[in-house]
Ligand binder design. Structure first.
Ligand code: URA
Length: 258
């Protein structure tokens, strides 16, 4: 645990950088074997993509997924990765899901927004941030002249936890290779982590949200900002003021990176 605490306190500049070596050290400190490093080939079955799948690059030709052949997560395109995720049965959440919720938006967005997990509406529709929290997120984006078509939205885990409970660490670990590959493919200029679960996972930290927000962190060299989850803001509107400050910072970073 002391290693783990040490990682969360690695401070360079104003925030904490995370790289692959730290990620693996963190998993080891948690007593978790980073098995996914050994098993990066996922065999996909001959199952038709779900109705919700074509959300990424809709209208483009199918990438011609070689059904039945091994597709390496490390080499998958976004569409291939979405297909792999749609077949995933690595944790128990697959049994209760209606849809996997992969992510949507601009495939090469400057801003990647990462939430916690799909809720009921997202599970029903197969798309991230479409419920009440999603409506508020849309309004927040509009306030800084962005809309969801120009950002990329996803979650740490791709299946809904029953009763919207917090994801278990084993579930976030199972989904982590998918998220890492999404980040690699989208190559955002900035990551916005919404809520404690997303921020702690991405920063491999046990700090609370108040300690993580208001700083600029980095994830594999990509600037990362932490802010309140819109679902929390719906319950505690008084925090919208601080969320607005975070959004201003988001806007500033995106504008300055051109
Ligand atoms: N909350 C999240 O974290 N993600 C969603 O997609 C919806 C609600």
């Amino acid at each position: 645990m002391s290693d783990l605490k040490g990682h969360s306190q690695h401070v360079v500049g104003q925030g904490s950088p995370v790289d692959e070596t730290m990620r693996i050290a963190y998993l080891k400190a948690m007593g978790i074997q980073p098995w996914f490093l050994k098993y990066q080939t996922v065999i996909v079955d001959d199952v038709q993509p779900s109705a919700a799948e074509p959300e990424v690059n809709a209208g483009e030709e199918s990438p011609g997924i070689d059904v039945g052949a091994g597709i390496e997560i490390a080499n998958a395109s976004l569409e291939q990765l979405q297909h792999i995720v749609s077949q995933c049965q690595l944790c128990e959440l697959h049994a209760s899901r209606i849809h996997t919720v992969f992510g949507s938006g601009k495939a090469d967005a400057d801003l990647l927004i990462i939430g916690e997990a799909p809720g009921e509406d997202e599970d029903a529709q197969g798309e991230s941030f479409v419920g009440q929290a999603g409506q508020l997120l849309n309004a927040m984006l509009q306030a800084i002249d962005l809309d969801r078509q120009v950002v990329y939205l996803t979650n740490v885990i791709k299946c809904r936890p029953p009763e919207n409970r917090n994801p278990h660490i084993s579930e976030t670990i199972c989904c982590d290779p998918y998220l890492q590959r999404q980040i690699e493919l989208v190559k955002p200029k900035l990551i916005l982590a919404l809520g404690r679960v997303a921020a702690q996972h991405l920063l491999m930290s046990q700090d609370n949200l108040g300690e993580m927000r208001g700083k600029q962190h980095s994830y594999n060299g990509i600037p990362l900002i932490v802010s309140y989850h819109p679902a929390y803001l719906l319950r505690k509107p008084v925090e919208k003021r601080k969320s607005w400050q975070d959004l201003q910072r988001v806007k500033q970073i995106i504008n300055s990176s051109f």
